[in-house]
Design a protein around this ligand. Structure first.
Ligand code: PEP
Ligand code: MG
Length: 579
């Protein structure tokens, strides 16, 4: 039995067998081969191509049915590459001239082609680089005899164990079978963690070398409450955890029962609970958990889930579906927040040295106007369907906000010319997620209807700590005195300017932060749907006087450790079962 401690990302207990997912970092043998081995390597290449073609042809047939059109087209493109004689010749030439292994030759030749594609200005062609990498992986799988574990066709319950998962990979998990997740990498507010939490299954991240301690099929306990994983537990530990798991399920059940009750403090102050979503079908979950609207729709997942750029109609349909669930309630659509750890297919292969400080979010949109306008066009069209608001992410200065608003106005003029209906008074808001925005809140507030504090990014940029890097995760804390002072400033500026203010970072899902945020003046929060019942329970158990005291004491403290201990103790008194 081996116990490992990581970061508790999503609560709950899972006890079942491990499924290890490859990182897809295939180890390519670089050793030189003897001249006598060349023919063997060339035969291996021939077989790998033959098997890859066979595999793709079978997949193409499966996709021939209704709805498989787009995917079938992709397979057809891959097949054309695999049949290309010049590509095969380049690979075999490498084996002959360089005396390298089949794997090395395949990887080198395909990466040459991909890098050639990425340099082409035409987006359609540069995006084909992703196809080349896919073909490379398929051939390497054949050569290395390493089949990717297929998470799409599970028939029994597993806990997924991986070095690292992408947000898109995670979003594809079927929770009927995937009962928990444990990863070596990641932080509590990484986008993979955010998606994993929305699945409502226990998740532990930042386990460092956990994948080396576990083999596929081992029994693993994931304790998402305490951030612990146990490999091959003994029977006594399993028994204790089974009991604990039942108690936790009972607590969840009890909390779920309050979903119909209002989020009102004991002295009658109403708190509005909105939901954070990545996909339209999650809107229903927000409603079920007692949410009163959508405070953050992360629309970039439309891109991350699709092999090609979504059309305006794709955008519109997704928004219409979400608004349909919350007809007369607010739906805040955040414009694309691509970049950093959320790549489009084409961008993944043009990495930046410091992606979180690079061309991400609103900056990316302001440099890709066609893409940005397509989205704004769709949001405005959807604005007549309900109470839609538009929100720009990662604003760092007033000029950026002005530019974004000007583009929105351009799109409005286009719609006027096309005689398409939209809400001319649509509310425009911005996310406050950089120290520069937080410090200039009073100026920014004049040009927007609301602020939404994105504490995930605000924390990372204030403390200079990468939110997804497990090696510095102990330094990452939204209750660090520096972050709290910025949050307080933003709330005060919003109040002075009489604009709406809400919090949509993961801090709003943390039970121990709720009294503090309320005491600092927040009345609207947007959070992960699975956390809503617990947060509502806390709100219903306190008075504003309790919250004001907590905020006053916390803001007088100068040490993060002291603050987090104090907040944990204060919350434990209100909701002891949650700790
Ligand atoms: C944030 O940064 O707090 C936020 C809500 O945005 P995201 O997590 O999508 O970066
Ligand atoms: Mg953010």
């Amino acid at each position: 039995m081996e116990i490992k401690k990581g970061i508790a990302v999503s609560p709950g207990i899972a006890i079942t067998r491990a499924l290890i997912i490859d990182s897809e970092d295939y180890r390519i043998p670089r050793r030189k081969i003897m001249p006598s081995q060349r023919m063997t390597e060339i035969r291996r290449i021939r077989n790998a191509f033959k098997d890859a073609i066979g595999e793709l042809t079978r997949l193409e047939v499966v996709q021939s049915g209704a709805g498989g059109g787009k995917i079938k087209d992709i397979f057809a493109v891959h097949l054309r590459f695999l049949h290309d004689r010049s590509l095969r010749k380049r690979i075999t030439d490498l084996v002959h001239s360089g005396s390298v292994t089949a794997e090395y030759a395949v990887s080198t030749a395909l990466r040459e082609v991909a890098s050639h594609f990425t340099k082409v200005k035409d987006t359609y062609i540069s995006e084909r680089a992703a196809d080349i990498y896919d073909i490379e992986r398929r051939l390497l799988r054949q050569l290395l005899g390493k089949r990717r574990e297929d998470v799409g066709h599970l028939t029994e319950e597993v806990v997924v164990v991986a070095r690292e998962l992408s947000p898109t990979q995670t979003a594809g998990f079927n929770t009927e079978f995937v009962k928990g997740i444990a990863t070596d990498a990641g932080g509590r507010t990484s986008h993979t963690a955010i998606v994993a939490r929305s699945l409502g299954i226990p998740v532990v991240m930042a386990l460092e070398d956990f994948t080396e301690a576990v083999t596929g099929g081992d029994t693993v306990i994931i304790d998402g409450n305490r951030g612990i994983v146990i490999v091959n537990p003994n029977s006594e530990t399993i028994r204790q955890y089974e009991e604990y798991s039942l108690e936790f399920a009972e607590l969840e059940h009890k909390l779920d029962a309050i979903k119909e009750k209002p989020a009102v403090t004991r002295d009658g102050v109403k708190i509005t609970l909105l939901g954070n979503i990545e996909f339209p079908d999650e809107a229903e979950l927000v409603l079920q958990k007692g949410g009163e609207g959508i405070g953050l729709y992360r629309t970039e997942f439309l891109y991350l889930n699709s092999p090609s750029e979504p059309t305006e109609e794709d955008h519109y349909q997704a928004y219409a579906e979400t608004i349909g669930v919350f007809k007369h309630r607010p739906v805040i659509i955040r414009t694309l927040d691509l970049g950093a750890d959320k790549y489009t297919q084409s961008k993944r292969f043009a990495p930046e040295p410091n992606p979180f400080l690079g061309l991400r979010s609103i900056r990316f949109c302001l440099q890709n106007l066609m893409m940005f306008k397509t989205q704004l066009h769709a949001i405005l069209r959807a604005s007549v369907l309900g109470e839609v608001k538009v929100m720009f992410p990662l604003i760092t200065n007033l000029q950026e906000l002005m530019q974004a608003k000007m583009i929105l106005r351009d799109v409005m003029e286009d719609l006027d010319e096309e005689s398409v209906a939209y809400n001319k008074d649509i509310q425009i808001g911005i996310m406050i997620e950089t120290p520069s925005a937080a410090l200039t809140g009073s100026a920014l507030a004049r040009d927007v209807a609301f602020f939404s504090i994105g504490t995930n990014d605000l924390t990372q940029y204030t403390l200079a700590v990468d939110r997804g890097n497990e090696r510095v995760s102990t330094l990452y804390s939204s209750v660090d005195p520096a972050v709290l002072r910025l949050i307080r400033t933003v709330i005060q500026d919003a109040h002075k300017a009489q604009i709406d203010i809400n919090i949509c970072g993961e801090m709003a899902s943390e039970p121990q932060c709720i009294m503090l945020l309320m005491g600092m003046g927040v009345r609207t929060i947007s959070l992960a749907p699975p956390m809503m019942p617990e947060i509502k329970q806390i709100i219903r158990s306190v008075t504003m006087e309790d919250c004001n005291n907590v905020a006053r004491k916390t803001l007088g403290m100068n040490s993060e450790r002291q603050i987090s201990n104090y907040l944990r103790d204060a919350t434990r008194k209100i909701l002891p079962e949650a700790f």
